[in-house]
Design a protein around this ligand. Structure first.
Ligand SMILES: Cc1ncc(COP(=O)(O)O)c(C=O)c1O
Length: 425
């Protein structure tokens, strides 16, 4: 069982925050942007070629990206869409969810996971996380299954795979769909099997901070050909298959509208980025794994919680590097830690405050943070450090130095009010 660094190994620190002069680790003009994408010449050239081709919308580049992504993940059916949110929404529609159906997911996720369930007309039900892995706890899921439950929606948090054996077993026993939120998990594997291929649907994100970037973009892997076909139609207004070709060099073609669909298609412009990003996915993974390892090694001397090491029979995607800042133990509150890192010109993120912290869910679903104590605690302590493949050794060293100085002071008390660059999503 993975464990986080025990608080006992780090005594509480009394910080000399108000003493000494605050000197930022980096200058403002070298602000380290959290989650900065690594864009290279091949995708720039492909985008330019697409712009010049006159075909910007859904077309041959999207088809190529789908084919190459399917090959990378070893999937039968792949449909590119405009976002992971769209991928999740359409997966639930293709699964045939109806009003009143329940979908169990984690409280420690981006709001899009839960919103997609609501947009599909179903009712989201939360099951708390295992705080060591930050992933949904299968034992908590089991407690939440009712006769109305239709699906389990696990999120491979930060790129670490969920306990898929236990979740798939529960789904089989209760005849539930499994819809995997793989927004962080493009390279993730669990016992040799790729994330996104355990359930009926695997949903991926190519948002700007993700491991493969198309600006905005998403992908659905579907096990069933009929499901994939339905998603394809729903993603483009509900128009009959291949309607995107209606203005191609084959000449104008009539189409039929067979559903009230959505405008969720990916464009060739986006796929032009994705094709080349995907070619560097392993190289970028390797670089992030090195930075992740360096952080693990060099940050363990500080009184903060570090991510659990990956299990031996899994592959972590190293999408996020979340640390826990417990005010008592670290001698600095989480939010003050964020402000001080920002003052050191290091951009950080919060992934995530737990879903029940947000007023909308409190007001409409009656959720309270205390009802999901592990997610609440993690959500109130977590800070994600930058982990982009573009980070140099100097950048990674600056992040470590900024953590050290933030913990040991001097702090930013009395310093001017700062702009904050805190990323969610
Ligand atoms: C866990 C999780 N699920 C879903 C999404 C939604 O992805 P997208 O922005 O592509 O819609 C995100 C995006 O940040 C995410 O982190």
């Amino acid at each position: 069982m993975p464990t986080r660094t025990s608080p006992k190994t780090h005594p509480r620190v009394t910080r000399p925050h108000t003493k000494g002069r605050f000197t930022p680790v980096r200058t403002k003009d070298r602000f380290l942007v959290f989650g900065a994408p690594s864009i290279a010449e091949p995708e720039i050239a492909e985008v330019v070629a697409t712009l010049k081709s006159g075909w910007l919308g859904t077309g041959p580049k999207v088809a190529q990206f789908e084919k190459e992504f399917a090959a990378y993940r070893g999937a039968q059916h792949c449909v590119a869409v405009s976002s992971c949110t769209a991928a999740l929404h359409l997966s639930m529609l293709a699964a045939g969810l109806e009003a009143g159906d329940e979908v169990i997911t984690t409280p420690l996720t981006f709001c899009a996971t839960v919103n997609a369930i609501i947009h599909a007309g179903a009712r989201p039900v939360l099951a708390d996380i295992d705080p060591a892995t930050m992933n949904i706890d299968p034992a908590e899921v089991a407690k939440k299954i009712t006769p109305r439950t239709r699906a389990i929606l696990p999120v491979h948090f930060g790129g670490r795979p969920c306990e898929m054996d236990a979740l798939v077993d529960l789904a089989r026993r209760h005849d539930l769909h499994v819809i995997e939120d793989c927004a962080h998990a493009i390279e993730t594997q669990y016992k040799g099997k790729n994330a996104g291929t355990f359930g009926d649907f695997g949903c991926f994100s190519f948002y700007v901070t993700k491991n493969v970037v198309t600006g905005e973009g998403g992908m659905v892997l579907a096990q069933d050909e009929q499901h994939a076909a339905r998603i394809k139609v729903l993603a483009l207004h509900g128009m009959s298959r291949d309607a995107w070709k209606r203005y191609s060099d084959e000449g104008y073609k009539h189409y039929d509208v067979v559903n009230a669909g959505f405008k969720y298609n990916m464009m060739d412009l986006q796929a032009s980025l994705g094709i080349h990003q995907l070619r560097r996915v392993e190289e970028n993974w390797k670089r992030r794994s090195e930075i992740w390892g360096r952080f693990q090694e060099e940050l363990k001397q500080y009184p903060i919680g570090l991510p659990a090491e990956p299990n031996a029979d899994t592959r972590h995607a190293y999408h996020l590097y979340p640390i826990l800042v417990d005010g008592e133990r670290a001698g600095i509150s989480r939010d003050r830690f964020i402000d001080t890192m920002t003052a050191h010109n290091i951009g950080v993120g919060v992934h995530y405050r737990s879903i029940p912290e947000h007023p909308y869910y409190q007001q409409t679903l009656g959720w309270k943070p205390e009802d999901f104590p592990s997610s609440m605690r993690v959500g109130r302590q977590t800070v994600s450090l930058p982990l982009s493949p573009g980070l140099t050794e100097q950048d990674a060293g600056d992040v470590i130095e900024a953590v050290k100085r933030t913990i040991e002071g001097p702090g930013i008390e009395g310093k001017m009010k700062m702009e904050t660059f805190v990323s969610e999503g």
